[in-house]
Ligand binder design. Structure first.
Ligand code: ZN
Length: 465
């Protein structure tokens, strides 16, 4: 049986866009200040979840709302279950939009709205993929369970709750329409290790405070130190330093002390090489003065070892896997106060198979630090081989419909693709697409959404027929 999935999508173009608009009009960002028992992440995510389940009910599927944390609907019968995992929450709109982020607007073939590409657009494209199978009455032998969460952008507490309370057995295999084509079949492990330092000084220069970075998974854009004592030619040396590197500085007085700020460039913590870590640059600059004691250890580690050490080579923890690539390290949060007994540097690692948080910790403990501890959150490397029929089928459909070559991809970021052992992420961004996720003027190319819907239709059918 040959089905023209693209033509089937075309027939449903207006319906698809209407359903998508109704979801995009809902601001579903997490808002803890309005959260309660009925609205675990605030009212917005719940509203979007209800809307999605309402659409599924309209189309005749049995649905289940798991206490407003997540929900699902099912189609078909069979012992084996294909899970599809998407999400209804969005990150805050932020500023800088040319259109209202919750008034979906199509301009020059692009659909602008918060959530258009992450993840409501891909979710609805995939939803229509399945709807086509249902409406054509194609014969299938497995069950499809389409799950949407409401807390993907923060801590995945939606899925923790869902898996515990959904009352159904876990799907056997799954994909998540929340990344890019051709596929994401591997995700590196993700762990944060904390270096701990005492707070004293002994030297003719004194470090009173050192702060940089907002989150472990972001490259610190800037860092600020409060220093005093012997700092000869501080202003001249700062000017020479920024002339040598691609950073800028601010110098101010605070109660007779010098406040030095170095400004670099922020980036996602999974790609530290894309940023300029203001904190390691600041430490490198300060290192030339006569600090001693724990303050010196702090600056020396930050400025000598962590400086531009995106692969952990100077740290001695570098590791690469043939399939999964190399470990990456982001020195994300710096907190030092001379009056505090516990000062820290948070190092976020994305690591492939073949190393472990414990192995990294053992190496880090050899540094002049008081202790090294591990974050409670984190996850181990995830990888589904090319030979797995799930991966093979998805790549095959992608190649057939696009004429492009399918290939495996491993990323340092995280998607719902790793919720199950046999899980991957699949679409909906195409190669060469401008990634506007989490940014102002987020958009989805309307034709890309239609192309994706056709791919999802054929892919789901191939997986469950
Ligand atoms: Zn997403």
């Amino acid at each position: 049986m040959t089905i023209d999935f693209k033509a089937e999508v075309e027939k449903r173009r207006e319906d698809l866009l209407a359903d998508l608009f109704s979801l995009l009009e809902i601001n579903s960002e997490r808002d803890d200040s309005l959260a309660d028992a009925e609205h675990p992440f605030g009212p917005g995510p719940v509203k979007a979840l209800h809307k999605f389940l309402e659409i599924a009910e309209r189309d005749g599927y049995p649905t289940k709302n798991v206490d407003n944390y997540a929900g699902h609907f099912e189609y078909g019968d069979g012992d084996e279950v294909l899970g599809i995992f998407a999400h209804m929450d969005v990150v805050p709109a932020g500023s800088g939009w040319d259109t209202d982020p919750y008034t979906p607007t199509i301009k020059d073939g692009k659909l602008y709205a918060r959530g258009s590409s992450d993840d409501k657009g891909p979710t609805v494209a995939c939803y229509y993929g399945l709807k086509i199978i249902k409406e054509l009455g194609l014969p299938i032998s497995k069950k499809v369970r389409f799950v949407v969460g409401t807390d993907e952008e923060s801590g995945w507490a939606d899925m923790d709750y869902y898996f515990e309370h959904s009352g159904v057995k876990d799907p056997d295999f799954s994909f998540s329409p929340d990344a890019e084509f051709p596929i994401i079949n591997g995700e590196k492990g993700n762990i944060t290790e904390y270096l701990h330092f005492a707070g004293e000084n002994s030297g003719s220069a004194r470090l009173h405070r050192f702060t940089g970075g907002l989150r472990e998974n972001m490259v610190p854009e800037s860092a600020t130190a409060l220093v005093s004592g012997a700092l000869p030619d501080l202003a001249d040396k700062l000017a020479a330093f920024v002339a040598e590197y691609q950073v800028t500085f601010e110098l101010a007085e605070e109660a007779g002390k010098s406040k030095v700020t170095i400004i670099g460039k922020s980036a996602h913590g999974a790609s530290p090489q894309s940023g300029i870590n203001g904190a390691t640059y600041l430490a490198r600059f300060l290192n030339q003065f006569d600090f001693a004691g724990p303050a010196k250890d702090y600056l020396a580690i930050a400025g000598d070892i962590l400086f531009e050490d995106h692969k952990g080579e100077a740290l001695g923890v570098a590791h690469a896997d043939e399939k999964m690539g190399a470990l990456s390290m982001n020195a994300g949060v710096f907190r030092f106060d001379e009056t505090a007994t516990d000062n820290t540097i948070a190092l976020n690692f994305r690591y492939p198979k073949g190393t472990s948080p414990e192995a990294i910790q053992t190496v880090l403990k050899k540094l002049p630090v008081v202790d090294v501890t591990l974050s409670e959150q984190g996850h181990t490397p995830h990888y589904v081989p090319m030979e797995d029929p799930l991966v093979a089928t998805l790549l095959d459909v992608y190649e057939r419909q696009t004429g492009l070559r399918g290939h495996e991809q491993v990323i340092g970021g995280g998607t719902f693709g790793r919720l199950l052992k046999r899980g991957v992420a699949y679409g909906a961004m195409f190669p060469g697409y401008t990634d506007t996720m989490h940014q102002a003027n987020e958009f989805a190319d309307v034709e890309d959404l239609m192309r994706a819907a056709a791919i999802y239709a054929e892919a789901i059918y191939e997986l469950v027929k």
